[in-house]
Each structure stands twice: as C-alpha cells, then as structure tokens.
Design a protein around this ligand. Sequence first.
Ligand code: ADP
Length: 694
Amino acid sequence: MIPPSSFLRRWPLAAALVLLGVFFLAATAVHFAPPGSSVAVWWPAAGLGVAFMLASGPDPRRAAIVVVGTVVTSGLANLYGGRPPLTAACFGVSNATEAAVVWWVMTRGGRRPRLASLEDLGRLLVATLVGAIVFGVMAGLTVAVTLGGPFLNTAYTVAASHAAAVLIIAPLGVAVSSTRSQPRRLEDLLQAVTLLGVAWWVFGPENGLPLAFLPLPVLVWGATRLHLRSLAAQLVALGVLVVYLTSVGGGPFASAARSGAADPETVGALTQAFLITAAITGLVLAVASTARRDALADLHSEATFTQTVLNSAAATAIIGTDSAGVITLFNRGATNLLGYPPDEVVGSLNWVELHDPTEVASRAAELGLSPGPDVLVHLLRGTDRTETRDWTWLTRDGRRIVVDLTTSAIVDQAGNATGYLGVAEDVTERRAAADAVQAALLRERRAVEQLTALDRTKTDFLSSVSHELRTPLASVLGYTEMLEDGAVGPLAPKQLDLVARIDRNGRRLLALIEDLLLNSRIESGQLHLARRPCDLVDVVDHAWESLGALTQRRDLQVRRDVVDGPVSLDGDPAALERVVTNLLSNAVKFTPDGGSVRLRLDTTHDEDGAGSARLVVSDTGYGIAEHDQHQVFRRFFRSSQATERAVQGTGLGLSIVRAIVDGHDGSVAVTSTVGEGTAFTVLLPLAPVGADKS
Ligand code: ADP
C-alpha cells in the first residue's frame, strides 16, 4: 500500500504523470474508436482522472488542478485524434466536469473517499452514474451541435462507456486507503494470470464463441480472496484487455458484428455492459469480504484483549455461565481462588455447586424458592440486572472462603437472560478482621458501661458518706466552740490548748468533707453556680482575711496588690471565694518558711477589646516539675514534690478551681519552676461595660 503521506508529498509529479496518461489514453481511445462511430468504445482517460482525484483526497485545490488539467489534456487528445477544435474543446470540458462531479459526490462532507463498506460502494456507484449522465448529456450536446450527430444515441453510448471506465478504474484510487489487510502477492499473481488468461482466450481473435461469462467465476473467486487493491488492479487489466481484443475483432461481441448480428455501437454497448457487470460483481463481493475480514480481525483482537483482561485479574474470580448456571468461562483468578483448572469445570459444573449448600438452602427459603442455581440469580430477573452480596464458596480442597460476589445477567436483544456473569473477590480475611473489630468494640463498650456504673456508685457513696459525716462534725465543732467560749465554765490553759487542737483538726476535716461533696456535685454535673453581678475585689478581700489563720505560726511574707475600684463580673461570689482560698492555701502549703506569697488582681484586655479580670497567686515555694504541670488540675493528683515532703492534701483543690473557673467561662493556667516557685493565673470575663454594678 502506498502510504498516503509519501504519495501526497510527490503529488505534483504524480499529477503531471496522470495528466500525461489522460492525454495518452484519450488519444488511444479516439484512435481505437470503431470506424463509423463518432465516439470511442471505452474512455479509460475518464477513469484515470477520477481515480487520481479520489486518491488525492478531499482537498479542493488539488481537485481543481486536475480538473483544469483534464480540460486541457483531453481537449488536446481529441484535437490530436482529428476532431474539430470546438468539438475537442467541448469534449475536454465535458470530461473535466464528469471528473469534478464524481469527486464531489465521493468527498461530500470533507471525507476521504474509501471503499470500506457496501455503503461506500453504493456512493461510488451513485457518483459514477451521476458523472456518466452529466457527461452523456454534455457529450450528446457537443456531437449534436458541433458535428450534427444524433444526441440521444451519443449520450447513451458515451454515458455507458464512461460509466464502465470509471467503475473499472476509479476503485484503484479509492482502494488505497480502504483496508488494513495486506495483499498476498503470490496468490494475487496466480489469480491475475488465470483471469487474464481466461479473458484472453474468451476474447481472443480466434474465438467467436459466446463465452463472455467465463471470466466472471474467476473474478468472483478472486473477489472473495484478494486484497481490494489487487482486485481493483485486475479489473483495470481486464478492462484494457477486453476492450483491446474486442476492438481488434476478437471475442463474442466483435464476432456478432462480423456476422452482421450487431452494429459497431451495439458491440461497444455490449463491451461496456460486460465491464460494468464484471466491476459491480467483483466490487460488491470484494468490499463485502474485505469488510468481513476486517471485522473478523477486530473481533479477534477484541477477544484477545478480553482474554488478557480476564486473565490479568489474578485476584478476582470471573465466572461466566449459561442460562442454567453451567460454567462457560473460568478465568485465572477463579482458578487461583477455587483451585479448579478451567477444563475441569467449564461445560460440566454448575456454579451453584461452588456455593455452600446450607447457605444456598437458607437463601432459597428467604426467597421462597427451592435450592438450586435460580437462587443465585433470582433477583436479576427484575429491572435491576446486577446484585452484590457475600457468599461462602467451597474450594476444590474443601476450604470455605467468603467472597463478595457481583452477579449480572447477560441479556439478548429481546431482554432474555442468555447467561450470567459473576465477579468475586475473596474477602474472608477482611470480613474476619471486621468481625474481630466489631467484637472488640462491643467488649470495650460493655467495659465502659461497667466502669461508668462503678464510678457512679463511688460518687454516690462518697456523697452520702460525706453528707452523713458533716452533721456530727458540725455539732463536734459547735461544742468545741462552746468549750472555748467557757460556756461550761472556764478551762485551764492546757485544756484550752487541747480544745483548740480539736477545733483546728475538726475544721480541716470539715473542709475535706466540703471538698468531697463539691467534687461529687461536679462529677455528677450538678455544680450549680448562682451567678450575679459582683465585685471580685470584695471576693478577694474575703478570701484574704482567712489567710491569717493559715499563716499563723508560719514565717511567710504575704503581699496583696489589688487594683483600685471594683472589678465587676457576673459570678457566684461564694464559688469564686473558694477559688481564691484554694489557690492561697496551696501557696502557703507548698512554700517553706522564709518564702513569700503574693496575690495580684487587675484587669486586662485582649486584641478584640474583650476585658478580663486577672488574678495571679504566686509563691516562692517548692514548684512543680514540668512533667507534672499539665496534671495538677486532675482530681486526686499530687505532685512528687508534695508527696516527698509529706504536705497534707487530697488532690481535689485544683480540680474544683478548674471546674468553678470553667463554669464562669474563664481559664486557669500554671507556670512553675522547681525550687523557685509557682504562679497560678485565673482569667475571668468582665461584665460588659454599662451592666448593673450593684
Ligand atoms: P492538694 O493541695 O490537696 O494536694 P490540689 O488539687 O490543690 O490538691 O493540688 C494538686 C497538686 O498540685 C498538689 O498536690 C501539689 O502537688 C500541686 N500544687 C498545687 N499548688 C501548688 C503550689 N502553689 N506549689 C507547688 N505545688 C502545687
């Protein structure tokens, strides 16, 4: 096959040769025109011009060049053949018009002319017919007007001769780009020799027998076997041979003329009819069988591709069945998964037998069916033609695997299922892992439930015990106070000292009980804050007063820096006092004698202008190790410094501080260095300016 690109690169040279050929063929045809006839028997020049234009493709500039060249060359050829100048010129124009018409029909819509299907061939026949009619009319007029000859007779004859020429030669130009299959050179040659040999014998000068049909079977045979281009070339050779032999008096048509049974025009018409018959018969068969061969090649490569895809899915089982469920396809993935080689199951095993029978039976009961292949595809009968679900499959060696199987119905044009396709993946491990996670989650949830219940019991217990302890302790403290006040007579100094100790320890016990109670309220979400507009300065002062009792008999420097004027916020004064007291008592507890404790209260504003009260309680005490700092607000947490030095405490104070500060939409933070001291900073939102400050 000539690659179109190289053909088109050498196009100017090719065009020049073709136009020369058109001249030569036209001159030859005029020369061989039957004596007494004003037109030639065959006009191969028309076929050559058209073939070249079609091979050149849909480019209108190239077509125009060939058309103009045809006017000139075929005009000159007619002139050379002895026709008057006007007649020659008109024939030139008519020939060019015919070529233009055929090219136009074949390239409409900007497509490249081709002969890949019977539709394409139909288009060529129509183009040839229209071109021949146009030429017939123009040539008839030329003969009638310039030579005074018969219009109709001329028109018929030339239309037939041109139609035959275009039909025989043009396919050569179109076949270039029409098929992908390659010619088989030796067979082509044998075929050509046989066809031309038979044609030579039938149309030879010695033979007058009416055997014109004989070359046709050879041509038909070739059409079903040969490459389209080889057949097109054979048609051209046949045309040249038959026309030549007939024109020199050989073969059945010329013999009829010799015997007086036909005039020269009839001989010409018979020759053309023969050629048209040969061309149509050969081309129809050749195009159809080439298209079939190409389609088969497509099908084959598609089948190979599908097979490759099926087998490359090594971890996915793809199983095809007929409508009864008998396996028709078993890919490599299916073999890997189930262990059966394809030839052991294809055509012999029903895919329901791959399934766990108890699972099939229970699914059958669910669907109200009897167990069998129907169970697998029952739901595919409706409008939804695929279904995905887990199934248990049994492998060849008896293992059970869980697969995620998608089944689809393969339906024919009438919508009936002709078979089924199953695509499955082994999900045994995935499902087992999911089950294990599920079970673990369940266990964890149960444990959390148990722990929550336990925690609630503990909170309830602490709360009720604390409640029960508070009343007798309050009365102990009451009586102690009475004793101190001398309500039952004055006490000796030693007695007073003992009573004071009872009172101190009793109060510590009461504070502890209060902490426990408050803690259980926080835990059960029942910390109810009675918030109202209040002045934090008052709250801080109250707490500061109680500091005296804590620092008695201690060598500590205490300092209070509080802003002038009220620090108004919306808060629960009693709860906030608790915050300040807890922080101060910690500072005192965790600072050795000789150290200092400082309380600072001021206000601050962030970038957005929102104001906060800032309370800082700092000390120069033991400090908190960095790794403990983030834990100090946890309930019952006590730092290593606290336990090493046996400082008394429960680990509840700061958790209460945090809960109360949170309840006021504030924040609390700690900074500390071991051996240098600690500072707790509490930020509480100020009441909006203009709010009631009472
Ligand atoms: P308690 O004081 O009863 O132990 P807290 O909740 O008030 O409980 O404090 C928790 C822990 O935080 C304390 O045990 C202590 O280790 C540490 N801590 C609190 N305040 C200070 C402080 N001012 N200096 C050093 N350590 C502190």
